[in-house]
Ligand binder design. Structure first.
Ligand code: SDX
Length: 373
């Protein structure tokens, strides 16, 4: 790339190195610290994957036990956070609620402005533990339900479902949710992660970087797509109308949510794993119409545009079957991606350079202000 060449959206531009994950469109693969994400999704708890992304290695048994104990001790909904969630009312979007709650959690941190590696790791662990309670309570309050106290006999993903629904998940539900969280945890320099790195590059704090990343993730071109997938499904309604709906949408130049990707151009490496998990839920719920719509729309999009689904496409139906409200889907993405964001904050800080690109000026040439203004 020549100096001064404009690459809108930074498409194809390598801006830094990372050791956290490798997204490889040629092999359609994703590695977290060298491990294929499909194997991690199959064999590891979310806590093990979080530790791997932060530390670079899977935890030893004693490391995992100590981490799990710290995480379980930090799950309860802070009354001050509950008050802020309540203050947001029910018209506020759940992404605005979780962004505001994380902002308060960070402001309340005793070591908010301590950016040492140990302090940032502790903050990352605390956010991982605290965000599920916010998302769970936000859904419950909109249904006039009281918050559910966390259980320290359940792992992170099962407790998340427990606090949301007030009942223990089935084995399939727990496994599918865990798989989705592992797949959502990290994806190199995506827009929200790069946002977190830009904020960190000014030597701002981890909390500010995560709040900024939540703002970036909210957009429907990025994390907001999983919510938008189900809004489209609800708009289509009858599976038999999928093809006609798509024709109209494409004719109107609409982006079809859940399809396409800036890096993967032959399909998102995570989709087969998430789709298989989603189909297990479909079987458990007998959701034949939902999966028929899912299959027909994907087939029609392949024929019409040759564009494949991304992770948000199978995640939407899975979260619907798990019982989450549609507007809570992207906050679920936040709960998982906070691990990737904080891993990148720590990596950026360890070898920092202020991120400040150039722009090519196309405004008016220099001119004189008229006398008298
Ligand atoms: C995530 O970066 C990451 O890793 C993100 C993520 C992560 O884990 O962090 O993977 C998560 O954000 C996945 C993406 C979720 N977003 C969506 O599902 C929204 C719908 N997708 C599109 O907006 C689009 O595919 C993007 C934004 C994801 C990628 O777009 P690009 O690479 O900028 O490509 P583009 O928009 O320039 O599209 C190229 C062509 C265009 O046609 P022309 O204008 O040249 O004729 O393909 C078309 C686009 O219109 N196209 C689509 C489309 N995606 C691309 N047309 C209709 N529907 C789509 N979904």
């Amino acid at each position: 790339m020549a100096d001064g060449e404009i690459r809108k959206g930074l498409a194809g531009v390598v801006v830094d190195t990372t050791a956290i994950s490798k997204v490889n469109p040629e092999t359609n693969s994703l590695l977290y610290r060298g491990y294929p994400v499909q194997q991690l999704a199959e064999r590891c708890s979310f806590e093990q994957v979080a530790w791997l992304l932060w530390h670079g290695e899977l935890p030893a048994p004693e490391e995992l036990a100590a981490f799990e104990a710290r995480e379980r001790a930090g799950r309860a909904l802070d009354p001050r956070v509950r008050a802020v969630v309540d203050a947001a009312g029910r018209t506020a979007h759940p992404m605005d609620v979780v962004r505001t709650a994380v902002s308060l959690l960070s402001a309340l941190d005793a070591d908010a402005h301590d950016s040492s590696p140990a302090a940032e790791l502790a903050k990352a662990e605390r956010l991982l533990a605290a965000i599920p309670a916010v998302v769970a309570y936000d859904q419950r309050r909109r249904r006039d339900l009281e918050p559910v106290e966390p259980r320290d006999d359940l792992d992170w993903s099962r407790n998340f479902l427990w606090m949301t629904f007030g009942e223990e998940p089935t084995a399939t539900a727990a496994d599918v949710f865990r798989i989705s969280m592992v797949l959502y945890a990290e994806h190199s320099f995506n827009a929200s992660t790069f946002t977190a790195r830009v904020v960190t590059s000014t030597l701002s704090d981890l909390g500010s970087a995560v709040v900024a990343a939540i703002g970036a993730l909210k957009g429907p071109l990025h994390g907001g797509a999983n919510e938008a997938v189900m809004i489209a499904f609800d708009e289509i309604g009858d599976p038999g109308k999928a093809e006609a709906w798509l024709d109209d949408a494409l004719a109107a130049k609409r982006k079809i949510m859940g399809f396409g990707h800036r890096v993967y151009k032959h399909g998102d490496s995570r989709v087969p794993t998430m789709e298989a998990a989603m189909r297990r839920l479909v079987q458990e719920h007998g959701a034949d119409a939902l999966v028929e719509l899912y299959d027909r729309l994907a087939a029609a999009m392949d024929v019409a545009k040759g564009i494949k689904p991304n992770l948000d496409y199978p995640s939407g139906p899975a979260y619907r079957l798990l019982g989450f409200d549609t507007e809570q889907f992207t906050p679920l993405f936040v709960a998982a991606r906070v691990v990737g964001w904080t891993a990148h904050v720590m990596e950026q800080r360890a070898a920092n350079a202020l991120i400040r690109p150039l722009s090519a000026y196309v405004g008016p040439e220099e001119r004189e202000v008229p006398v008298g203004g």
